[in-house]
Design a protein. Structure first.
Lengths: 317, 250
């Protein structure tokens, strides 16, 4: 556990040295987004294709208040978390009434509803042009206008989010959600109200999405329409799968791979999504547990290769 | 007063009446078996008791509450736990977590649900370990449930039901799919539980039932055709015709 934390701390410190600050910041924002989704997808077994609903709603509401009401950063973040959780409660309540394919389609359809609302409601959201001019006020008197200062603030919030999510997955709720994923009727027979548990997972995931949404709006100073679109919902699913949806740290790694590829490689090679496609196919076919599993397998393979041949004759190539 | 009473409990699936006006009383502390040929409606009867299915008609009174039609999670909170005929466990979780989850569900309050670390509930850990010890799986507590043998999974199935500290334990063919040796061990296990719990046992193996039951109800085509002590059931001519056939006369 502490090894993983050391690696993440090292990444937090070193990332801005090697990567443009805005990209580094985006990586951790996307990781917060992914942490929330992973509670649904990895732990509860609910594939949501509508996470941008909560991300975007929070970004619009908090962005609007930052811009027109002169809201401070901390109240804006709190409101973002609340909007994320509340929109997830409403959407989740409808979605958990169904399971399997119907559940997925509901998350998607409701996402589309939110998207078109934002698209049409141009007086508030700016429609296709987005909502520009989201300010980034000082936080407790500390100026976070500079890219590095903002990076530090976001990285700190990411570490906090990770610690909170770790607590949640190690709590009884974490076990209950995994039980729901593994065997829903049995969880119900033990005395767990499965729908309510799924809804709880939804609300927590929505809160994380909301936090990420507000940070995203402040990063670019705009809420683009895409922030509430289904492509964004798909991206976070993609990133989490590539990183490894079975593990707490999977979405963090996935976010790094996804954002780094999309932001760095896209400047060199226009057809970069091709790489993502290949990565996705490789993950689905060979490493269902994503990068995390690939890494674990590499270690066992290296360990086996190093061990004397007499000890494990069957492990020889 | 019986702990559980059903009154003309009926479940129809379209034209098929799987459970037909079953009236039955289970006294506290007893072991009451329900036997009958395949398709007699025994498992459907259990599914009605635990809320997996809602009855078409009739009442289920458990400890003074009418629970007919209540959802499974509410029935579980009243203290009815069951094991399944077809093993139903959490394969990706550890054996310990499988039983721990059953113990946690029965907590009167779920304090710390999303925040307290799951390993900080010492009384639940004790309960989980005790349930595993009862079935002889305590040495394998850390293993993922999917990695153990079928026989051990059947034992785990039982341990999950025990960890819920049930007031009424419903066992649906605990020996299903076990080898003769494993069956012997499972029967010994159920015998140990007798007296500690109120048990309703569905069983296919007639010799097992005859030796450990206090009372036996015989189901045939959805109806109870006989009820009594093992000796009475053995003498009953209807039962012989419908079910026991040559097994008893041999």
């Amino acid at each position: 556990m502490s090894r993983a934390w050391l690696a993440i701390l090292a990444a937090v410190v070193l990332l801005p040295v090697f990567v443009r600050h805005a990209i580094a910041t985006e990586i951790w924002i996307f990781a917060i987004f992914g942490l929330g989704l992973n509670l649904l997808m990895g732990y509860t077994g609910l594939l949501s294709f509508g996470q941008a609903t909560f991300f975007g709603s929070a970004a619009y509401v908090a962005g609007y208040l930052l811009k027109y009401a002169g809201l401070g950063v901390i109240p804006a973040l709190v409101i973002g978390v609340i909007v994320g959780a509340a929109s997830a409660a409403a959407v989740g309540y409808l979605c958990v009434q169904r399971s399997g394919l119907y559940f997925i389609m509901l998350t998607f359809a409701l996402n589309q509803m939110f998207y078109f609302t934002a698209y049409q409601w141009t007086t508030v959201t700016g429609g296709e042009d987005g909502m520009p001019g989201v300010p980034r006020p000082a936080i407790l008197g500390v100026d976070i206008h500079g890219p590095l200062a903002y990076y530090v603030a976001v990285a700190a919030l990411f570490l906090l989010s990770l610690a909170v999510m770790k607590r949640i997955v190690e709590s009884p709720l974490g076990k209950i959600l995994q039980a729901v994923r593994d065997n829903e009727p049995r969880a119900e027979a033990l005395g767990y109200d499965v729908r309510r548990m799924k809804l709880l997972a939804f609300v927590v995931a929505g809160a994380f999405s909301g936090l990420a949404g507000v940070l995203y709006a402040m990063l670019f100073g705009i809420v683009p329409l895409e922030a509430i679109g289904f492509v964004f919902s798909g991206n976070v699913v993609f990133a989490t799968l590539i990183g490894g949806s079975g593990s707490l740290y999977g979405p963090v790694i996935g976010s790094f791979v996804f954002i780094w590829l999309s932001e760095s490689v896209s400047t060199v090679w226009q057809r970069w999504p091709l790489l993502l496609g290949v990565a996705f196919v490789v993950v689905v076919l060979f490493f269902r547990g994503g990068v995390v599993e690939a890494w674990a397998r590499l270690w066992t393979w290296r360990g086996a290769a190093r061990a004397p041949a007499t000890a494990r004759p069957d492990a020889a190539p | 007063m019986p702990l559980l009473r059903t009154e003309r409990l009926t479940k129809a699936f379209g034209a098929l009446t799987a459970v037909n006006a079953v009236t039955l009383e289970v006294r506290a502390g007893s072991l009451h078996s329900v036997i009958g040929p395949n398709g007699a409606g025994k498992t459907t009867f259990f599914n009605l008791l635990t809320g997996q299915l809602a009855p078409t008609a009739g009442r289920i009174v458990f400890d003074g509450h009418d629970i007919a039609g209540a959802p499974p999670h509410e029935v579980a909170h009243l203290g009815i736990a069951r094991s399944f005929q077809r093993t139903s466990i959490f394969p990706a979780l550890s054996i310990f977590d499988n039983v721990w989850l059953a113990a946690f569900a029965r907590q009167p309050s779920w304090r710390g649900l999303a925040w307290r670390r799951a390993d900080r509930y010492p009384e639940l850990s004790d309960k989980a370990v005790a349930a595993l010890r009862d079935v002889g799986l305590d040495a394998k507590a850390g293993r993922p449930a999917r990695e153990i043998s079928h026989g051990e999974q059947r034992q785990l199935e039982l341990a999950i039901a025990l960890a819920a500290t049930p007031r009424l334990l419903l066992l649906d063919e605990p020996a299903a799919g076990l080898s003769p040796d494993e069956t012997q061990r499972m029967v010994a296990l159920v015998r140990q539980l007798k007296g500690r719990y109120t048990i309703v046992l569905i069983e296919h193996k007639i010799d097992v039932v005859m030796t450990i039951s206090d009372r036996i109800s015989v189901m045939h085509f959805g109806s109870v055709i006989a009820e009594g002590t093992p000796a009475e059931i053995q003498r009953n001519a209807d039962v012989r015709r419908a079910y026991l056939g040559g097994v008893v006369s041999a």
